[in-house]
Design a protein around this ligand. Sequence first.
Ligand code: GLN
Length: 232
Amino acid sequence: AKAKPKKAVYQIYSDNSFAPFEFQNSNKQFTGIDVDLLNAIAKEQGFKIHFNFVGFAAALNGLSSGQADGMMSGMSITDERKKTFTFSNSYYNSNITVAVNKATSDISKWSDLSGKVVGAKNGTASYDYLIQNKSKYGYSVKTFSDATSMYSALKTGSINAVMDDEPVIQYAIKQGQKFKIPLKSIPEGSYGFAVKKGSNPELIQMFNYGLAKLKSDGQYDKIIGKYLATSE
Ligand code: GLN
């Protein structure tokens, strides 16, 4: 099935450092699951996109203000966000979880974070979770606008832990980062492509049709497999 594009080029906003979903490879080219999936869907459905890798909170702002036609950014489908955005069908399941330094950290339960500093990216599900549970566990929260600065703060020890999406932390560990996941992950639903409520409805339709096609013809598994050895 197909829907008809209404714009010559759709502006897509995304995160800038969220491997394996969007990140710069060694040639400084942006790549990743989100990039490959949306490009394949656009090709399948016959519409054109332009990716803007502005960071997660900036992408949310761009989508709310109407600068972005769509957002593809490992974005969790949440009831709160559904008030302002319309989501596609989900394309990946994910949890959020805590990461600490492998060698030096002795965190083994949430209450061990008491008095510690936990980092999260602005606007994320992890940030919301940390704020909601702050008084219960007694940590403080430090926010970052991008993952690069957040993970380097964890590495150097200026923060004690971070909270982020589990596949992202697992990927970093697989790439050789010396982190570990000391606590049970928190289910945070699944990722969807989003538009601003009431705008570009055809984009959601085209995404859903394209995703179904990619799932049925093996392209979806191929893209996931390119970045993750085993699919979810
Ligand atoms: N999945 C998380 C969220 O939607 C984080 C997304 C991201 O950091 N790119 O809040």
